[in-house]
Design a protein around this ligand. Structure first.
Ligand code: TYM
Length: 333
């Protein structure tokens, strides 16, 4: 990373097939940033252990996600793509940073509070310290920009606080990362309850669209999407259902809210929901086709994530060793 380009890092958990929310909020931007920035992307499998996973399923989902990230256009020649647990500096830096993060700070994380309510019988230390591991992921690569959805903003702020606290004590070790949140699609809502974020852990599968759903399923889920009273296609806070569909349609077609309002003036919800479903299905079809080819080729996937981990280790080790040295740890000779 000797060139002048800025550094980008982001990650996604292999907890299932990503949703349209994951895609529009974060993943879609990842390949687009490759030309202008030094990008590194990771399947963050260690993060997913904070909630119980079925081992065989986790293994499959991790490989599947590597294939899917390649299918959306990540070019591994330009952007190292790796599995988090293959690069030991992540867990190691997380330990160091744990010692510079306060209990009170972690207690305020809304995702921790939400997940504690959802899994009351498994409020483990990993779940509590999860944002510190995320800070380590980011800070290891001297990251400038982190492309994420709006729900990760609070974690990013914590990463910035940890970085400035550490730098304040020991001098310049970490660069201050900024969130890179898209203007549209940063918070895609459930198709069944537009006051809730679209999430693959939703008990009602009609609430989310998965990136690998086939065209018929996508069309059906959009036809069933909950809309609001009235029949006008306008984006306002008192029409959360229609506003959500408009945001989705705007990202996948590139049309502005005004253009959409004009195009669908007087056409009613039914026609609009069909149009949104068709546009999403057309966007996801080529991704699914590429994915199906890539997922069959396990040797190729292995080559990509192995090389990605080698590069990521090399880059991240510089920061990790610098942090160790500043703290007074004796470095291995
Ligand atoms: P994760 O795996 O839950 O989600 C991956 C990305 O998808 C975004 N996202 C959404 N965006 C818009 N609308 C939605 N409904 C929606 N649901 C999810 C998330 O904001 C995220 O960008 N902690 C992270 C993973 C992580 C990470 C990192 C990210 C670990 N280390 C370092 C960036 C940098 C997470 O759980 O994302």
């Amino acid at each position: 990373m000797e060139n002048k380009k800025k550094n980008v890092f982001s990650g996604i958990q292999p907890t299932g097939i990503p949703t349209l929310g994951n895609y529009l909020g974060a993943m879609r931007g990842w390949p687009l940033l490759q030309k202008e920035y030094n990008c590194i992307y990771s399947v963050v499998d260690l993060h997913s252990l904070t909630v119980r996973q079925e081992p065989a399923k986790l293994r499959r989902q991790t490989l599947s996600l590597v294939a899917l990230l390649l299918a959306i256009g990540i070019d591994p020649e330009q952007s190292p793509l790796f599995i988090q647990s293959h690069v030991h500096t992540h867990a190691e830096l997380a330990w160091l940073l744990n010692c510079y993060t306060q209990f009170g700070e972690l207690s305020r994380m809304t995702q921790f509070k939400d997940k504690s309510v959802k899994h009351p019988d498994n409020i483990n230390a990993g779940l509590f310290c999860y944002p510190v591991l995320m800070a380590a992921d980011i800070l290891l690569y001297q990251t400038d920009l982190v492309p994420v959805g709006a729900d990760q903003k609070q974690h990013l702020e914590l990463a910035r606080d940890i970085a400035s606290r550490f730098n304040g004590l020991y001098g310049d070790v970490f660069r201050q990362p900024e969130p890179y949140i898209p203007p549209s699609g940063a918070r895609v809502m459930s198709l069944q309850d537009p006051t809730k974020k679209m999430s693959k852990s939703d008990t009602n599968p009609n609430g989310y669209v998965l990136l690998l759903d086939d065209t018929d399923t996508i069309l059906r889920k959009f036809r069933r999407a909950v809309t609001d009273s009235g029949s006008e296609i306008i984006s306002t806070p008192d029409k959360p259902g229609v506003s959500n569909l408009m945001a989705i349609y705007s990202v996948v077609t590139g049309k502005t809210t005004e253009e959409i309002e004009k195009d669908f003036d007087g056409k009613g919800y039914g026609a609009f929901k069909t149009a949104v479903g068709e546009a999403v299905a057309e966007t996801l079809r080529p991704v699914r086709e590429k994915y199906n080819d890539l997922f069959k080729n396990k040797d190729y996937l292995q080559k990509i994530y192995t090389e990605g981990a080698e590069k990521a280790l090399q880059i991240s080790q510089r920061t990790y060793l610098k942090a160790c040295k500043k703290l007074g740890l004796v470095l291995p000779q």
